[in-house]
Design a protein around this ligand. Structure first.
Ligand code: SF4
Ligand code: ZN
Length: 307
């Protein structure tokens, strides 16, 4: 039997278990966009005078975020540029980047692609062959953040939007507690980290309250032509275990991921106070970017790989 939408007589397309609501496509899209806009407003993610960079990988999260931010920035007359990083992952990144290109073109958004090869001199495929101890993803994450921060700043952007969804956030919170690394959480959150410096471009995360499953549904309804593949190096074992655990709990107790995230939000201020340091961040003596050590992580890692 067809179930009807909780808001109209249309046929329901999505069930939201935590709210016990069935929504048709139109009302789901409306509710999704309204929630993202509310998050953007609540955390003052976008303000007049901003210049926004949107990190787009071509996956469902970044593409959905770009579609909504394009509208928000358009109505506020805030300039927006999409930035992609090509890490050099054969048979994976080409596909997602073509989705990013296609969507940026459709939306009329300027799109810049930065490559590992040019910016750090080594691709992820090459790293995977050389590295022995940290795991490929550790290098990839550090290099990507370094490239995005430096490039966004050089392009005169003051904020960088990243497509982290509720599942990513709940996993990060739980992982940091399970590892006894609460100081890392002090830097985490939907907007504005601890580091305040003209060399650091603030991160904003407009999808942080949206469950991953809903982002996937939104991207399909909106016809973004997403390819749901996985990076061949994606096997961070611990995050995977936490993901499975949270998904099982969510199934039994709908709303679990929201509760994990909300618990974190209610102690975030205290964490920041406890772990905040007044020290001005240093500049790396090799590359000049911000660093908590004399030589930044990107330069230390590069040294390990290429000597
Ligand atoms: Fe990079 Fe790992 Fe993500 Fe692949 S899964 S893109 S290697 S961080
Ligand atoms: Zn450096």
């Amino acid at each position: 039997m067809e179930v009807s939408c909780s808001k109209c007589n249309g046929i329901a397309a999505v069930y939201l278990p935590y709210g016990n609501e069935n929504l048709c496509k139109k009302h789901f899209v409306e509710s999704f966009e309204k929630r993202v806009r509310r998050t953007v407003r609540e955390f003052k993610m976008i303000e007049k005078g901003d210049r926004i960079g949107v990190a787009v990988s071509g996956g469902k999260d970044s593409m959905s975020m770009l579609h909504i931010l394009k509208d928000i920035c358009g109505s506020m007359r805030v300039p927006l540029v999409a930035l992609s990083v090509d890490e050099g992952i054969k048979r994976y990144r080409e596909t997602t980047l073509s989705v990013a290109k296609e969507n940026c073109k459709k939306l009329g958004v300027e799109h810049r692609i930065l490559t590992f090869k040019k910016e750090v001199g080594i691709t992820v495929d090459e790293i995977a062959k050389r590295e022995e101890r940290r795991g490929t993803c550790s290098y990839c994450g550090v290099f990507r953040r370094w490239i995005l921060n430096k490039s966004a700043r050089e392009m005169g952007l003051n904020k960088l939007a990243v497509g982290h969804n509720l599942d990513d956030a709940a996993q990060t919170v739980l992982m940091n507690f399970l590892r006894n690394e609460p100081f890392r959480l002090a830097r985490f959150g939907p907007a504005g980290g601890i580091v305040k410096s003209e060399f650091f471009v603030d991160r904003i995360k407009p999808l942080m309250r949206i469950p991953e499953r809903e982002v996937a549904v939104y991207s399909i309804i909106k016809g973004m032509n997403i390819k749901f593949g996985r990076c061949p190096y994606a096997h961070e074992a611990f995050r995977n275990d936490v993901r499975i655990f949270l998904n099982e709990l969510e199934e039994k107790f709908p709303g679990t991921k929201f509760r994990v995230f909300n618990s974190f939000m209610s102690v975030k201020g205290a964490l920041r106070e406890k772990f905040n340091s007044d020290e001005t961040p240093m500049r790396c003596k090799q590359c000049g970017e911000l660093s908590s050590h004399e030589v930044c992580m990107r330069c230390q890692m590069l040294e390990e790989l290429v000597g």
